[in-house]
Design a protein around this ligand. Structure first.
Ligand SMILES: Nc1ncnc2c1ncn2[C@@H]1O[C@H](COP(=O)(O)OP(=O)(O)O)[C@@H](O)[C@H]1O
Ligand SMILES: CC(=O)N[C@@H](CCC(=O)OP(=O)(O)O)C(=O)O
Length: 299
């Protein structure tokens, strides 16, 4: 690079920084929960871009908390072991053997992979699940689904699928005051002694709600909530979102995601966004530029 090139690059960087500064100040000392979905975990370059964003948030004085999923990765491990994946209402039917594999994949390999990626960016990530520091306790999920054609409601028995019922923020508060970035796997114990598999969206919502987060971002593999014609919906009210679930426009894994958005807003989280994690640096683009992406859910 010639001195002129270096000067031009520096000028460009300074310009970018000054544009981002007001946004950075907005989130200083604020908690931002980022849910990193299994489908958003793409190739190595995308993973590195995600880790860089999280590191940059911490360096900018934000308190980032990562909650990750890993549905496709659990599915791959189950199929290696000859176990078929079965979902009801977007949630994995989880028997005793499955919950063992879920814990192994989520709190084991995926959690440590994300921790290593963030650490490689010069930060201090720490991988935890609901069991660590008594952070989250779960109860067996009590889910019902309504058939859109007949309107008949049915109770689901999903086995060891849990819903977070208690969140103790002691450990997360301690980490917020430290150099550490928490990376959380959605597995938690029950007071009944069982281990529960919790949908990562639900887990992220419970954490964001308990901490009164400023932002809750869901990184997935679609641009946001899509309408019947597969067009992106920029903004969705809680009532509109409920109607889209009822009429079947929102289905599968998007159901727990949108339900979590609704609950998080009702618990006082200021902004909830569903966006495409396959866009490199989606987190920074959403938080530090005026080009908000994805679907913003509003009250
Ligand atoms: N209305 C909708 N808009 C967008 N995606 C939808 C919609 N209904 C169902 N989906 C499905 O939800 C998926 C996202 O949920 P999920 O697979 O659980 O993602 P993640 O692993 O990121 O949590 C999308 O890939 C899409 O197939
Ligand atoms: C109960 C339930 O469905 N748990 C999920 C947990 C992982 C998850 O939610 O991962 P994604 O965010 O990648 O979908 C599962 O077993 O797949």
């Amino acid at each position: 690079m010639t001195p002129t090139d270096i000067a031009a690059t520096a000028a460009e960087q300074a310009h970018l920084l000054s544009a981002a500064l007001p946004y950075m100040q907005r989130y200083e000392n604020k908690t931002v929960v980022v849910k990193y979905g299994g489908h958003a975990m793409g190739d190595a370059a995308l993973g590195q871009a995600f880790a860089r964003d999280i590191a940059l948030l911490k360096q900018s004085g934000v308190n980032p908390i990562v909650v990750h999923g890993g549905g496709p990765q659990i599915g791959a491990m189950l199929s290696k072991m000859g176990i078929e994946s079965k979902f009801e209402g977007g949630l994995r039917v989880t028997d005793r053997k499955t919950v063992e594999i879920v814990e192994m994949v989520l709190a084991g390999s995926i959690n440590k992979e994300i921790v290593a990626l963030i650490n490689a960016e010069g930060e201090w990530a720490i991988g935890l699940c609901g069991k660590d520091g008594n952070m989250v306790f779960a109860e067996k999920a009590k889910k019902t689904v309504t058939d859109p054609d007949s309107n008949i409601e049915r109770v689901l028995d999903l086995g060891f699928v849990g819903e977070p019922v208690e969140v103790d923020r002691t450990l997360l508060d301690l980490l917020a005051r430290s150099e550490m970035i928490p990376v959380l796997a959605p597995v938690a114990p029950g007071r009944d002694g069982h281990t529960y598999n919790i949908n990562a969206d639900t887990f992220a919502g419970a954490i964001a709600g308990a901490l009164g987060a400023s932002r809750l971002l869901f990184l997935t593999d679609v641009p946001g909530v899509l309408d019947k014609d597969k067009k992106l919906i920029d903004e969705l009210t809680v009532a509109e979102a409920r109607a889209l679930i009822r009429n079947g426009t929102i289905s599968g894994g998007m159901i727990p995601k949108v339900e979590t958005c609704i609950e998080a807003i009702e618990r006082g989280v200021e902004g909830v966004v569903i966006l495409n994690g396959k866009t490199p640096h989606a987190v920074l683009l959403e938080l530090f530029t005026q080009h908000g992406a994805g679907t913003l859910i509003v009250p």
